[in-house]
Design a protein around this ligand. Structure first.
Ligand code: HEC
Ligand code: HEC
Length: 257
């Protein structure tokens, strides 16, 4: 009987522990120090154009309400933001040193800034994975998806193109997997947003794999990059291969007769 009671108590206790909500862990919510760091970075580099409450400043910068961590990562890590002057908008350049994703400090600052903007106003976050984890394995699938969703603006091999109204969608030769993923999530300027429903994370990763796979071929309009000398080398190779084949056939005929 005492054993039964102990068992019953354990079961009730266990069930109770499952039902009671756990307190939010520190991992789910960025710590206050991270938010404070993000706020400081924001106030130094962004507030003049995007406002004290992310609401935007007329004639200077749009509202950042709802753009999320993904847009911040994309815009700042590709050097588009912080804007230096009103006129040099929308082009990739070297990121500000303090936001360079190639450095540990840069990655921390980007994360803090993104956490601050997202904590204030929501929006899509950056993917939890990074680097090679964002590269899918199904390149043909990525190629088909790229043709459907991206090639109309970025060209079949990601070389960039022209939009109506004189906008130039950039080539995709430089974007990192993180930048490609957050570009899709945030849809900068004339680019549409591709939410996780429109293109699942797996589909986004396959697109990234495709873009990376065709990157090396972009400089050789004639086809495969044979030492990057262009179509001339291809012609030479074709002639050589043809000659060898002809000699082989001649020798074969000679041997038979
Ligand atoms: C000199 C003004 C200026 C500064 C400084 C500036 N921005 Fe911007 N920002 C703009 C403008 C203008 C746009 C609109 C871009 C466009 O349409 O070319 C923009 C767009 C953005 C967007 C895209 C919004 C969207 O709807 O997708 C994000 C995100 C952003 N800025 C973040 C930042 C962050 C973070 C900083 C600080 C590190 C910053 N900006 C500093 C002017 C500025
Ligand atoms: C309607 C045209 C359009 C479509 C469709 C489109 N994009 Fe874009 N994309 C743009 C424009 C315009 C920019 C430049 C935005 C800016 O400079 O702020 C851009 C920027 C980018 C960048 C940033 C490049 C860099 O080096 O900074 C990436 C990466 C990108 N797009 C990937 C994609 C992918 C992947 C798809 C398909 C899933 C796609 N885009 C579909 C128009 C488009």
């Amino acid at each position: 009987m005492p054993m039964m009671l102990a068992l019953a108590l354990t079961l009730v206790g266990g069930g109770f522990a499952l039902l009671v909500p756990r307190p939010q862990t520190a991992v789910a919510q960025p710590g206050t120090s991270v938010l404070a760091q993000g706020r400081e970075l924001y106030e130094n580099a962004c507030i003049s154009c995007h406002g004290a409450n992310l609401q935007g400043v007329p004639e200077r910068g749009p509202s950042l309400v709802g753009v999320g961590d993904a847009a911040v990562y994309f815009q700042v890590s590709t050097g588009r933001m912080p804007l230096a002057r009103e006129d040099d908008r929308g082009y990739r350049k070297d990121p500000a040193p303090q936001f360079d994703p190639a450095t540990e400090e840069g990655r921390q600052n980007l994360a803090a800034l993104g956490a601050y903007v997202e904590a204030g106003a929501g929006g899509p976050g950056v993917p939890a994975e990074s680097g090679p984890e964002l590269i899918g394995s199904d390149v043909p699938h990525g190629s088909a998806l790229f043709r459907l969703n991206c090639a109309s603006c970025h060209n079949f091999t990601g070389r960039g193109g022209i939009l109506a109204g004189g906008r130039f969608p950039p080539g995709l030769q430089e974007a990192t997997p993180e930048q490609m993923y957050t570009a899709m999530l945030s849809g900068p300027m004339a680019m549409p947003v591709f939410s996780e429903r429109q293109l699942t994370p797996e589909e986004k990763k396959d697109i990234i794999a495709y873009v990376l796979a065709v990157r090396g071929q972009n400089n050789a309009p004639g086809g495969y990059a044979l030492g990057e000398f262009g179509p001339v080398t291809e012609g030479v190779v074709a002639i050589l291969v043809g000659l060898v084949a002809l000699v082989g056939v001649a020798a074969w005929i000679g041997a038979r007769s």
